[in-house]
Design a protein around this ligand. Structure first.
Ligand code: MG
Length: 165
């Protein structure tokens, strides 16, 4: 059950301060691809900049955790105005713990927000943070990803969660 998220939402921008308060979350650890951006970070999803600003104003700490190389992540993080941990090694827990430490927050008060059960959510559960699954916006073309998304569809069905991809 390490791949089961605490909650599922359509998109990151559906996360409200009220929800985070209820879940005792003071810091969001954010995935980038298919969570905040598409096209390798070139396109920021609708509403994301305003949502980030609302979260920031409410005192929610925000940090990116990505498996991408720091070189690619640097530009995207700058565009989003967020700090980042690159080469995150998801689903291994060390990147999550590094992100929490960097923000000065206990991992228990963090939530990972991501679109992949087998990386974002699995790693978040292993690290001991809360997990928020969002729906991917565009599907990947690589063979490896097709297999991963196939496994995810089966898991989502098993968990009675929404699957519209
Ligand atoms: Mg992603």
């Amino acid at each position: 059950m390490f791949t089961k998220p605490n909650i599922q939402l359509q998109s990151a921008t559906d996360i409200t301060v009220e929800l985070l308060n209820k879940m005792n979350i003071t810091c969001l650890i954010l995935d980038v691809d298919n969570t905040l951006c598409i096209k390798k970070g070139e396109i920021i999803l609708d509403g994301v900049m305003n949502w980030l600003s609302d979260m920031h104003s409410a005192g929610i700490k925000l940090i990116i955790l990505s498996n991408a190389k720091p070189k690619r992540m640097e530009g995207i993080a700058k565009k989003l105005g967020l700090p980042f941990v690159g080469l995150g090694g998801k689903p291994l827990p060390f990147g999550y713990k590094r992100a929490a430490k960097r923000m000065g927050v206990s991992i228990k008060n963090c939530a990972i927000v991501g679109d992949q059960l087998l990386t974002d959510i699995l790693g978040g559960n292993l690290a001991g943070c809360k997990t928020i699954l969002v729906c991917p916006v565009e599907l990947e073309n690589s063979f490896g990803f097709k297999i991963k998304r196939g496994i995810e569809r089966k898991l989502l069905k098993k968990y009675n969660l929404k699957c519209d991809f």
